[in-house]
Design a binder for this molecule. Sequence first.
Ligand SMILES: O=c1[nH]cnc2c1ncn2[C@@H]1O[C@H](COP(=O)(O)OP(=O)(O)O)[C@@H](O)[C@H]1O
Ligand SMILES: [Ca+2]
Length: 452
Amino acid sequence: MRKIPNNGNLKMAYPLGLFVCLFIYVAYIKWHWASATQAFFSITEVATGARRGQQAHSPTRPSGRGHAVFYGIMFDAGSTGTRIHIFQFAQQPRETPTLTHETFRALKPGLSAYADDAEKSTQGIQELLDVAKQEIPFDFWKVTPLVLKATAGLRLLPEEKAQKLLQKVEEVFKASPFLVGEDCVSIMNGTDEGVSAWITVNFLTGSLKAPGRSSVGMLDLGGGSTQITFLPSTEGTLQTSPAGYITSLQVFNRTYQLYSYSYLGLGLMSARLALLGGVEGQPAKDGKELVSPCLPPGFKGEWEHAEVTYRISGEKASNPHELCAHRVSEILRGKVHRTEEVKHVDFYAFSYYYDLAAQVGLIDAERGGSLVVGDFEIAAKYVCRTMETHTQSSPFVCMDLTYVSLLLQEFGFPGNRVLKLTRKIDNIETSWALGAIFHYIDSLRRPKGPAN
Ligand SMILES: O=c1[nH]cnc2c1ncn2[C@@H]1O[C@H](COP(=O)(O)OP(=O)(O)O)[C@@H](O)[C@H]1O
Ligand SMILES: [Ca+2]
C-alpha cells in the first residue's frame, strides 16, 4: 500500500524538492560551462576595452551526431531600422565552431524614431523575438544568448532618451525565455562596430581561419555613421595614424592591429541633412524650406529624418554636379583621415554603398557585384546632369552618389580601385552582427576577472 505522507512530511518535502531542483540546475549550467571552455573565438579587443563580467553560461548542446549545436541572437538597432540575426553554430570537440545557418529579419523605423514614445518601441522588438522563438528549438531557449546593440541612431540622441529606449528593450528581453546578461542591451561604440564587421567579412571569406590568406578591408555606410576597417601591412600606417584609429584584436589565437574608425554624422542620412543645411533632431527654423543644388531643380517635397519632417526643394544650377560636389566637399572638409594604404587593400563595401550602386544599376540588386570607385563619380555626373529630365525614383540620387564618390576619395581611394559590393556571403548577411555575437559568446566563456 502506498504511504500517504502526513502534513509534517510534506513541509519537509517541498524545501528538499526545491534543493534537488536547484542542485540539478547548477550541475547543468556547470556541465555547459565545462564543454564550452574548448577553443573558441578568442577575441580580445584590447584597445577598445570590451566589457566583461557576465555570468559564465555556455550556450552549447550536444546534437547526438558528435558535434554540439548552439545558437546566438543579435539585434542590430540601426539608425534606420532594427534587425534580428539568429545564428546557428555547430562545434566539433576541440575545434572552432562553424556557422551553419542564419535567419535574418528587419523592420523600420529604427529605435531612435521612438525617442519621444519609448513604450511604442517594444512592439517591433517583440515581433522579432517571436521569430527567434519559431526558429530556435524550445529546449535551447534558456541557453541562447540574446543581445541588442544600437548604433548611430541612439548615439545621436540625448543620453536620457537613448537610455529610456534601452531600458524598455531590456525589460522585454528580461521577460523573454532567452539567456540575458546584465549587458544584453547597449550602445555599441563605433570602433567595435567597424571591427565586428571586419571579423564578419574575414570569417566569411575564410581569411581568419587560413593565416596565410590575405585579409580584406570593410566599408560600411549606415544612415548615421560610416566605418572603415582594414589590416595595415606597413609600419607607416600604424605609426602615422592618429590616436583612436588603431585597435588591437585577438581572434583565432592571432593578434591583429587593425585600422578602424567610425565617423558619427557621416552616415548617408546624416550627410543628407547636413547638405540641406538642417540640424540633427531639430525642425527647420520657422518651417523654412531647405534648398539644395543636389536636388532636381523644380522639385518640391517633404523629407522625414529622425522623426522631423523637412520641406525641401531643388535649386537651378548651370552645372549641378559641380555645385553639389562643392557643397559635399564643404561638409567633408577636415573630417576624414586619409591613409595611403587603402590603395593596396581589397575592400568589401555594404549597406548604403550597396543600395545606392544597385539603385542606379552599377551592380545587380540581388547578387551584388564589383565596381571601381570612379563608377560612383561617373554615375553622379550623369544623374546630376539629367536629373531635371530623367524620371527619378528618388530625388536624392544625385546628392547620394556625389556624397559617396567624394567620401571614398577622401578616404584615399583612387578611381580605379575595385570594390566588392555584397549583401551576403555564403547566404549570411555581411553586417557587424556576426562578429559581435562571436565576441559576446567569447566573453560569456571567459572567467570573470578584473583584468578582463
Ligand atoms: O544586416 C543587414 N542586412 C542588409 N542591410 C543592412 C543590414 N544592416 C544594415 N543594413 C543596411 O544599412 C543601411 C542603414 O544603416 P543603419 O540603419 O544600420 O544605420 P547606422 O549603421 O548608421 O546606425 C541600409 O542600407 C540597410 O539596408
Ligand atoms: Ca548599420
